[in-house]
Design a protein around this ligand. Structure first.
Ligand code: ARG
Length: 472
């Protein structure tokens, strides 16, 4: 057991207590952020004359070594320490003696962990954004290829009106685009540095908080030290945004599963993204899509968990907040993994465009357009609706589609029908006459695609070299 605070204690910590309290098992995940934070802190201590230039330089050099050795695996993070902060400090002291003991001057583990968690989350926000951008590129590629691929659009999972595959994919494009905007927004709000908040009340040392903030790529220091150590809003916001990402991925997965089913056959998921059955030789299952759908609950769970942990906490730091890590790390890894896998699945899926087209042709998806035809010939809409209702009933009885009715049959129901009805209710006409902004008509769709291409080229994240480093 190695801990930093034995001085005022007369008894050893019970082993069970020690294990319960320790966080190194999971907070070692942000060793890099912890060491980088310490490096900025010690540079500042030297600059301010709180440590001598030599002391600061010695500590800085040793921290650099600790970082590269940890990265290379030659220095193993030992679970014998309480947390990652204690581990790094212990190694430093072991190597530098009394000089090493000066690193923690003007700092508390409370502002240290607040900094580490913020830097780690910030990096993950940037990486999530990059994964979302990849997914958007894949979706846009499909949109460009399928502006003329007619398929049924659904409401209540009943065929409603014909749309195109480009249009259907475009809906997901909008969702994931909003998800990216949320990442940028979270980043803007969270990018302030809590280091220098101390345990809760700042410190008596003349720290230069703006300097450390700038060193670490923040816009500036946080403006209240109690808030600095106890704010986990950015974790909640990020988990909330990830929950929304997962909700979108889950809806998309559900459609892929349905479309891949034996009944629909709109798509065939690639062999590389499917699995077999141990008993039924014929099976090829969409397990990846199912797992993405399933893992959504896990990410929601993390959000609910941290919201609940935070709700009763008095200011400022409380140990409850250590619970922010495990579930958050798991949720981030889960969501990022799902984004990458889903993109791969989508990029390799085969669209059975003939089946989509045939399905749109059945199920009276052109009934609204048939009614609009009558309206264009002077029939009031409510009457037209009734007439087409009769047409549909007739077709159901005869087991045919509207365009398979003869003109005589149509005229028997309404004399307004003429030979041009067939062109008016063809799937292609139904789709391509829908030209309002956001509608599936080819010309409308192409305008949107051009806008989305421009958006992807210019999208604002990462904005700086510093932000690019977060993605490396
Ligand atoms: N492991 C702790 C956490 O994750 C670090 C901060 C400890 N601070 C303290 N006062 N015990 O929150």
């Amino acid at each position: 057991m190695a801990q930093l605070w034995g001085g005022r204690f007369t008894k050893e910590t019970d082993q069970l207590v020690y294990n319960f309290n320790a966080s190194i098992r999971f907070d070692k995940k942000f060793y890099r952020q912890d060491i980088e934070g310490s490096m900025a802190h010690v540079k500042m201590l030297g600059k301010q004359g709180i440590l001598t230039e030599t002391e600061a330089a010695d500590i800085l050099a040793e921290l650099k070594k600790i970082l590269s050795e940890t990265e290379a695996g030659t220095l193993e993070i030992s679970d014998a320490y309480e947390d990652i902060h204690s581990f790094v400090e212990a190694v430093l002291i072991e190597r530098l003696g009394d000089t090493g003991k000066k690193l923690h001057t003007g700092r508390s583990r409370n502002d240290q962990v607040a900094l580490d968690m913020r830097m780690y989350t910030r990096m993950e926000v940037a990486q999530t954004d990059a994964l979302l951008k990849d997914l958007l590129e894949t979706i846009l590629k499909i949109m460009k290829e399928h502006t003329q691929t007619v398929m049924p659009g659904f409401t209540h999972l009943q065929k409603a009106q014909p749309v195109t595959l480009a249009h259907h994919m475009g809906a997901y494009f909008e969702m994931f685009k909003r998800d990216r905007l949320r990442m940028r927004d979270i980043y803007e709000r969270m990018n302030y540095c809590p280091l220098g908040s101390g345990a809760l009340a700042g410190t008596t040392y003349p720290l230069d908080r703006s300097f450390t903030a700038q060193e670490l790529g923040f816009y500036g220091p946080t403006l209240n030290s109690m808030d600095g150590v106890s704010d986990r809003d950015y974790v909640i916001e990020y988990l909330s945004a990830l929950s929304t990402v997962m909700m979108h991925l889950s809806r998309f997965s559900e459609e892929m599963i349905v479309w891949n089913s034996n009944e629909y056959r709109f798509v065939e998921i690639d062999d590389a993204y499917s699995t077999g059955s141990s008993i039924m030789p014929q099976k090829k299952n969409p397990d990846i899509a199912e797992l993405v759908r399933g893992k959504t609950g896990r990410v929601y769970g993390a959000l609910l968990s941290i919201l609940t942990t935070m709700k009763g906490l008095p200011l400022a730091y409380n140990k409850d907040m250590q619970e922010d890590k495990e579930l958050t790390f798991d949720a981030i890894d889960t969501a990022k993994g799902c984004l990458a896998l889903f993109r791969g699945m989508l990029a390799t899926v085969t669209f059975n465009v003939d089946n989509m087209r045939a399905s749109a042709g059945l199920g009276f998806t052109n009934a609204t357009d048939a009614a609009d035809y009558l309206v264009n010939h002077g029939v009031p809409f409510r009457d037209a609706h009734g007439i087409i209702g009769k047409v549909v009933l007739y077709c159901i009885e005869k087991r045919i589609s509207i365009d398979e009715m003869s003109l005589e049959e149509l005229k028997a129901i309404s004399p307004v029908f003429e030979a041009d009805i067939y062109d008016a209710i063809s799937m292609e006409t139904c789709v391509n006459k829908r030209l309002t902004v956001g509608a599936p008509g080819k010309a409308a769709m192409e305008r949107v695609i051009a806008l989305e291409e421009k958006y992807l080229r210019e999208s604002a994240f990462p904005q700086s070299e510093w932000e690019e480093e977060l993605l490396a």
